[in-house]
Design a binder for this molecule. Structure first.
Ligand code: SF4
Length: 454
């Protein structure tokens, strides 16, 4: 199936202007909450530097830390699996499910399983998974992917949720009361937890020193699943490793504040070994991460702790919605990670940015996000993944910009055309004009103005 480009998908999203404004304002509200929480901590910048340095150390010593983690986890009774790619990850999961004759599965939020398209794979093999994060359950009912890594249903209004629950949970038609809707979801999910035989969770941090791991949720759904099922499988991208338990204090303080402006995530649950009679598995996944690690300009993107602060601040994300990115991880960090997985399919994403740098400013682990977006554009152009008209346009502009006299002449002609034949510019064939009003051309250029006053 051909993927719709970011620009084309965004065009569909922004047609609904009130929804676009509401989406923009809601995420900006989350960004402001993050600011307040961050400014409340005098040591905020110090924490960011420490987090960045710890992750630098991790990326340079991944081989050691991962093996340490495996040894410790195995000694604790955890069964460790390694997956080179999404396909192997999904096969491992299916194998555990089939071997144990499992039919009832619950899953808490895990962007890795979204990245690997686990739900679709299991469904094709006759196994249904119930997502238990409220936002994820809503989008699952609607057969949509999450649009945000922390707030999966942020593109939906309460009327949409009411409609969805009326259809799937038989709630009262038109009842948009959030408490009523949440209670309906609670009762529905409670049943699923009680019946579940196997729980899948993500991993926020895996600790090399102890072989344990931490899962953060605000709803407690990962704990409900892991504590009621006889089998718990935790899935992690290999960059989730941190060296010591002491480092958790740095990351947990940064994560919650950057994600939602909370001082701490409601549940930060530590798992170290299986309960008696329980199986605890952990699947460690590469899926392109080694390749990204080898790209000197982009390896820092593996420091990401998936807080989504860069989403909430990005003017392009806020105005275009998460689905326009057509990948599991959207937003600025998704635009860096996804071209590594498939350059051709995701060549549009690094261009979905104003390069304003706001993403880099808020990133708790100091990833130079906007610099990497800019570097990806260069890589994509060199690899031939930029549209021919854009390539020609850029060449012409580079030539004109390098010749001052020609540049001045082009400016003069442009201003004359805009004044005399505005229809040549202001028409539907000019993509720049589609969403903008063209400025009134000035009578003279800055150069002319400057020359007169010199
Ligand atoms: S890149 Fe930084 S700001 Fe964006 S999700 Fe990752 S950690 Fe958060």
């Amino acid at each position: 199936m051909k993927t719709v480009s970011h620009a084309a998908a965004a065009e569909i999203f922004i047609k609904d202007e009130p929804r676009t404004d509401w989406h923009d304002e809601t995420l900006w509200f989350v960004r402001q909450k993050r600011d307040k929480a961050a400014h409340g901590l005098p040591e905020w910048e110090l924490l960011r530097s420490w987090a960045s340095q710890i992750k630098d150390n991790v990326l340079s010593n991944l081989d050691t830390y991962l093996i340490d983690f495996e040894k410790k986890a195995q000694a604790n009774g955890i069964i460790v699996h390694w997956a080179a790619d999404a396909e192997e990850h999904n096969k491992i999961m299916l194998n555990i499910i089939q071997k144990n004759k499992i039919q009832k599965i619950v899953k808490s939020k895990s962007m890795l399983t979204e990245e690997c398209h686990l739900n679709e794979y299991l469904l094709k093999n006759g196994v249904e998974v119930v997502d238990t994060d409220l936002g994820e359950r809503i989008v699952q009912f609607r057969n949509e992917p999450p649009s945000h890594i922390v707030l999966p249903a942020i593109h939906l209004k309460r009327e949409d949720v009411s409609e969805t629950f009326h259809k799937h949970l038989q709630t009262e038609k038109g009842n948009n009361d959030p408490q009523y809707l949440t209670e309906a979801a609670r009762q529905h999910l409670r049943d699923k937890f009680i019946q579940s035989q196997l729980a899948i969770t993500g991993v926020n941090f895996a600790i090399a020193e102890t072989g344990g791991f931490v899962v953060c949720t605000n709803e407690g759904n990962a704990d409900m699943g892991a504590h009621s099922a006889a089998i718990h499988i935790a899935c992690m991208g290999f960059e989730k490793i941190i060296p010591k338990a002491a480092h958790l204090s740095v990351f947990l303080r940064l994560l919650a504040r950057s994600a939602t402006g909370q001082p701490v995530t409601t549940y930060s649950s530590h798992f170290h070994k299986p309960r008696p009679q329980q199986q605890l598995h952990i699947v460690i996944v590469d899926n392109g991460r080694t390749k990204q690690l080898a790209r000197a300009d982009f390896r820092n993107s593996l420091k990401c702790i998936r807080c989504a602060a860069c989403f909430n601040t990005c003017p392009v994300y806020r105005k275009s919605g998460g689905h326009s990115y057509h990948t599991a991880v959207a937003g600025p960090i998704g635009a860096i990670l996804n071209p590594n997985m498939d350059m051709k399919a995701n060549a549009d994403l690094p261009f979905a940015s104003t390069l304003c740098g706001s993403c880099s400013n808020v990133c708790p682990v100091k990833i130079d996000i906007h610099q990497q977006l800019w570097k990806w554009r260069q890589v994509l152009a060199a690899e031939g993944y930029v549209a021919t008209n854009k390539k020609i346009g850029m060449k012409v502009m580079a030539f004109v910009f390098s010749k001052p006299k020609l540049y001045q002449l082009a400016g003069k002609m442009g201003r004359w055309v805009m004044r005399t034949f505005p229809a040549l510019i202001q028409n539907k064939f000019n993509p720049w004009y589609k969403q903008r009003e063209m400025p009134t051309p000035p009578k003279q250029s800055f150069m002319e103005w400057y020359e007169k006053r010199r």
